[in-house]
Structures are given as C-alpha cells and as structure tokens.
Design a protein around this ligand. Sequence first.
Ligand SMILES: NC(=O)c1ccc[n+]([C@@H]2O[C@H](COP(=O)([O-])OP(=O)(O)OC[C@H]3O[C@@H](n4cnc5c(N)ncnc54)[C@H](OP(=O)(O)O)[C@@H]3O)[C@@H](O)[C@H]2O)c1
Length: 202
Amino acid sequence: MKIAVIGASGHIGSAVVREARERGHEVTAVARDASSLGGGVDADVLDHESIAEVLAGHEAVVLAVKGPETVPAAVRTLIDVLPGVGVRRLLVVGGGGSLEHAPGQRFVDSPNFPKEYLAEARAQGEALELLRAEGGALDWSYASPPPVHLVDGERTGAYRVKAGDTPIGGPDTRITVPDFAAALVDTLEERAFVRERFTAGY
Ligand SMILES: NC(=O)c1ccc[n+]([C@@H]2O[C@H](COP(=O)([O-])OP(=O)(O)OC[C@H]3O[C@@H](n4cnc5c(N)ncnc54)[C@H](OP(=O)(O)O)[C@@H]3O)[C@@H](O)[C@H]2O)c1
C-alpha cells in the first residue's frame, strides 16, 4: 500500500513509518522538516496547496501531529483537501483522554486527569467530533491510545483492539508505542474501523 505519514519525525509517526516499511509498504514520510528522513518530504499539513500536492496518489494517509491548535486544524485541512486529490482513507492518531469511564463521562473531564495533557486531550476530542460531524466524504478512522499510558517499550504483538468510546481495561491500561503502531498498520491493511473510533491495549 502507498501510505503517507504526516508527523513522520515524531514519536508515534516514526514508529508507524518503521512498522509499515517492515511490512513492505511504500511510505512517504511527511513533516515540516522531514527531508533528512528516508523517503522524507517537507510539507506543513496546514498549508492546503503543498499538502494536497504531497498526498495525491497515496492510498492512505496517517495523521500523527501534535499541538492543541495544530491537531483540529490539521483534521479540518485534510477533510477539505483529501477528496480533491482522490484519497479516501485517513487514519488519525488520536488521544485517549476523550475515552469514557462511564456513559458520557470522558477521562479528560475528570478532576484527576493529568493537567499537563489537558489542552492536547481536549483538542483531540475536538478533532474526533469534527471527523464525526464532517468527515463523511472520507473513510476515516480515529485511533485512541489508552487515556494516559502510551509508553515506550517492546513490540509484543499481544495487543487487542476494539471499536467504541471505552478503553480496553481500566483507566490505568497501557500500550507500548511499537504495539500501538502495529495496531495502526493492521487497521490500514484490514480496512478496519471505517468511520469509527477504536482503541488498543492489552
Ligand atoms: N495517551 C494519549 O492520549 C496520547 C499519548 C501520546 C500521544 N498522543 C497523541 O499522538 C499524536 C502524536 O504524538 P507524538 O508524541 O508522536 O508527537 P511528536 O513526537 O511531537 O511528533 C509530532 C510530529 O508532527 C510533525 N508536525 C507538527 N506540526 C506539523 C505541521 N503543521 N505539519 C506537518 N507536520 C507537523 C512534527 O515534525 P515537524 O515539527 O518537523 O513538523 C513531528 O513529526 C498527538 O496528537 C498526541 O495527542 C496521545
């Protein structure tokens, strides 16, 4: 599959690039400063014209950027740009804070949610709402790691995935970055979770 990964120099994006290449996919690594990466292209996801040019001809796009302002704006841009360049499949590396611990009760709104992740988690919640409201022309998927614990560690291959708004396991559930990346590439290969949020964990 020909896959573009936006945020390819980042913590999660680089793991997705590695996993996809190891499985034999053709990967374009995109970031504002990606030319030093193998197969890298410099482009700002918020610049409609240049990102459209870079993404044309891909079968799937993975968005793995960070920043409370950048994340919803990037999703908005891709909703606007992808149909025009013939790309339907979009996989957004999302947040876990908007998962729910009880119906309608998000982790990010609970008093003990870590303050340092609040702004990012709220922005990630906005991005999910945007996809649900306005992503109808795309085959989008939104991947939530556990609410807090996406951790460094080994690729075990022992993760589980499921659709929906609740985490696998309790609030302290965790997954390693390489296992999360593997779950993302599985999702592309299997065309799973189309127009759904899903989560991964042990
Ligand atoms: N438990 C959780 O819920 C959890 C935990 C961790 C991460 N996450 C989510 O996962 C996502 C990725 O996190 P991360 O830790 O991998 O981030 P990161 O290491 O900061 O990487 C972000 C990547 O995005 C690129 N980027 C930033 N702005 C861009 C733009 N305007 N255009 C193109 N590329 C841009 C950066 O490269 P340049 O600066 O060169 O452009 C970099 O490659 C975030 O949205 C975060 O919310 C969730």
